[in-house]
Write a protein that binds this ligand. Structure first.
Ligand code: PLP
Length: 284
């Protein structure tokens, strides 16, 4: 467990939070989480591009170049000796006396951690059970901001029911948006459905890789259109995607079996295709 704060490498037990960091007091910041396979960061360029976009949308000055952030990722891998894990980083607007409006003349804070972890192969093989949860989040879910209370409450509700995930839906439209920390997909009549990338979902890196690289190669077709929970319950297959889950089948939603209750064929081939990309990028 190794970390980095504003230019210094640290061990987590010695790291100190600045009390007036606006990330701490307002959630005024953004984050990214990138998977490390075999000592290499997978799809780091996509994560850094999304980070820049999140910063721009929140009008946080960009003070770290991609080359610098990349170098710190690799320094963390090297110093920690971790070959397979997740690197988390967050950039907050500043440390400044607490007022809601932006402080002048401040420099953002960057903190990073690396932790050992592997994708949950059992979940990928057996599939997971999820619940439906009302999406109570704000209307800029496209920004990967530190404000995660809606996601946290949804995930906790699932956890308390002994389920592995929560699939969120907007009550006003009765349309599914995404998981609590993942994008959600279904397969119906041979087509792959997922919510379009608007302000209501995060444009997942894993989602983008599936849509741009894996799905075209396998010859499947995607419908980027929102659908209701009822529509999802009658799907042949369902799955969630994220950096940590990769492609994980969903075999039960709110007690309803999806398809025949085992991971679907298309879902499995997408996971396989994704793993091949990881293999190509990180193991050669
Ligand atoms: N949607 C939400 C709300 C998330 O928090 C995440 C990841 O943390 C995702 C989707 C998946 O994004 P990615 O594939 O970039 O990890």
């Amino acid at each position: 467990e190794y970390g980095f704060f504003n230019g210094e490498f640290i061990t987590l037990d010695t790291a100190k939070v600045q009390l007036e960091d606006r990330g701490y007091q307002f959630g005024d910041g953004i984050y990214e989480a990138t998977r490390v396979y075999n000592g290499k960061c997978f799809a780091l360029e996509r994560h850094l591009a999304r980070c820049r976009r999140s910063l721009r949308e929140l009008r946080i000055p960009i003070t770290y170049m991609d080359e610098e952030l990349t170098a710190i990722h690799y320094d963390l891998i090297q110093k920690s000796g971790i070959q397979n894990g997740v690197i988390y980083f967050q950039i907050t607007r500043a440390t400044a006396p607490r007022t809601h409006y932006f402080p002048d003349q401040v420099i953002p804070n960057l903190s990073m951690t690396i932790r050992e972890s592997e994708p949950n192969r059992k979940w990928q093989e057996d599939g997971i059970a999820c619940m439906l949860a009302e999406d109570i989040r704000w209307l800029r879910c496209d920004i990967k901001s530190l404000n995660l209370l809606g996601n946290v409450l949804a995930k906790q509700a699932a956890h308390e029911k002994g389920l592995q995930g929560a699939i969120q839906f907007r009550k006003d439209t009765d349309l599914i948006t995404e998981g609590s920390s993942s994008n959600f997909f279904i397969v119906k009549d041979g087509l792959i459905w997922t919510h379009p990338t608007d302000n209501l979902i995060l444009k997942g890196v894993t989602r983008s890789i599936l849509l741009e690289e894996v799905i075209p190669q396998l010859g499947y077709t995607v419908v980027e259109k929102a659908f209701t929970p009822e529509f999802a319950l009658s799907a042949a297959e369902a799955f969630v995607t994220s950096t940590s889950l990769e492609v994980t089948p969903v075999v039960n939603i709110d007690g309803h079996t999806i398809g025949n209750g085992t991971p679907g064929k298309i879902t499995q081939s997408l996971l396989q295709g994704y793993r091949e990309l990881v293999q190509k990028e990180c193991y050669n």
